[in-house]
Design a binder for this molecule. Sequence first.
Ligand code: NAD
Length: 261
Amino acid sequence: MIRLAIYGAAGKMGTRVVSLASKDDRFEIAAAVERPDSQKIGIDCGILAEIGEIGVPISDSASGFDVLIDFTTPIGTLSAIELALENGAALVTGTTGLEEEHISALKEASNKIGVFRASNFSRGIAVVAEVVGQLAKTFPDTDIEIVEAHHRLKTDSPSGTALTLGERIAEARGCELAEIAAFGRHGNLGQRPSGQIGIHAIRGGDIIGEHRIVFALPHETIIIEHRAIDRDLFASGALEAAVFVNGKIGYFEMKDLIELH
Ligand code: NAD
């Protein structure tokens, strides 16, 4: 059995990870962690996940685990890295909004422990990322726009997934996303430069996560769309990543987990 610690265990994703892991024989929930100032400290994580008490109260620390699953904030991820290193445990992180300093810290930690990072744990999105890269290569002159939609509580924009998709397209075109991205448009900006990737964020209601990638060509338009139906998509993907990274050292992503045919 893999002993799991869940970082951000009272959150929308953390509670789904607790719920799914508690029903899965491959896992034992060893710890449930929250911010030290969280009102949830001391409450059983099973109660928060609406599965009943499981004897694991929310705490601000953890020990005796094999894999730490982190769904928090970029600052939370830095503390999660420390906790995983202190315990010689692997780290699975799905936190988005990470900047260069956070990614560097993850990569440095991966010299000592297993680190699995995904901005989206859906296998479907992992395949979509490959397909959009292929389309960008096949049609080098196409105008590409990414439109994503998420719930009103999401704080980072655009989504980590939109950025990952944009990076895949930029990579296929041999450049960096920052050089060619237009994050929204407003005003008289002149004609659309060729090679630009437009990235747009919709925020509202309870939308779990939707991504539409538009390839506008002369005479035809290709649209690829992915919709997450519920958060268990991401929670179950994070658990698969935990199984994959347990006992390994190094840096891993979704493309290491899925087999493309
Ligand atoms: P949420 O706000 O519902 O939950 C986050 C939890 O983390 C909260 O309970 C908060 O108290 C806790 N937290 C914050 N800082 C902390 C710290 N320093 N130490 C310990 N706990 C801390 O958010 P959510 O919807 O669960 O999303 C969390 C993150 O996961 C976001 O970055 C989101 O974009 C990302 N996410 C990723 C995927 C994916 O597939 N990779 C899917 C959904 C959400």
